[in-house]
Design a protein. Structure first.
Length: 228
């Protein structure tokens, strides 16, 4: 039985995994426990950074349930047998800088052969709109199944822009993964990219007047890197 809980009906669009696009809420007890820990204002930089990676690893485990397998013949120390291996598809992890970097190592623990691209966007403090400053992707990114990662989905501006950039470069098999989301961000993503599956650790109440998620956990980038 899956530990993922649907928060939107699977009924309208085709997602990256070949089925209906979906928003999936990761309600595994370990994920929820660790999210509660990083929400605490007294959690220090070292523990915050480590726990972000652990959450990303657990979410990656759940978000890759759809990956196809094939059977191959192998030799154990005892005899020949059939084993299952991942079938064909290459994976890429694309963090949205800078906070998305905190999720990369945890995901690479689960899929060490994945290539890593980077998209740099920052949110203009006045308009809250995303501004691009960097994009470096694997040369064959368009041929890969891509996981875009960012700890927070607030207004949705950065994630919408990042996925648009990937699509402009030919990527079509895209998923988005975040640890905490606001309803406004989920709605913006669904409106702009209805073909992209969204994996969420916690769906929070709302955005405040400054565009921060409530209750949230503050600025994820500052807390990961100790810059505030």
């Amino acid at each position: 039985m899956s530990d993922s809980k649907m928060i939107r009906p699977e009924e309208q669009t085709v997602g990256a995994a070949g089925g209906p696009a979906q928003v999936v809420y990761m309600d595994h007890p370990l994920i929820q426990h660790k999210i509660g820990y990083i929400r605490r204002k007294e959690t220090g930089t070292k523990d915050f950074r480590q726990t972000i990676g652990e959450i990303a690893m657990l979410m990656c485990y759940e978000a890759t349930r759809h990956l196809p397998l094939e059977e191959v013949q192998i030799e154990t120390p005892i005899c020949g047998t059939t084993a299952k291996v991942l079938k064909g598809k290459k994976l890429a992890i694309v963090p949205i800088l800078r906070a998305g970097l905190g999720m990369v190592d945890g995901m690479l623990t689960m899929i060490p052969a994945a290539k890593v691209g980077h998209i740099g966007l920052y949110r203009d403090p006045e308009t809250l709109s995303p501004v691009e400053y960097y994009c470096k992707l694997p040369a064959d990114c368009a041929e890969r199944e891509v996981f875009v990662v960012d700890p927070m989905l607030a207004t949705g501006g950065s994630s919408v822009a990042a996925i648009r950039m990937l699509k402009e470069k030919g990527c079509r098999n895209i998923h988005f993964m975040c640890i905490i989301a606001a309803p406004e961000g989920v709605a913006a993503m669904q409106a702009a990219h209805p073909d992209v599956d969204i994996y969420v650790g916690a769906l929070d109440e709302k955005l405040n007047d400054h565009g921060y998620i409530v209750p949230g956990l503050g600025d994820a980038g500052d807390r990961i890197f100790g810059t505030k």
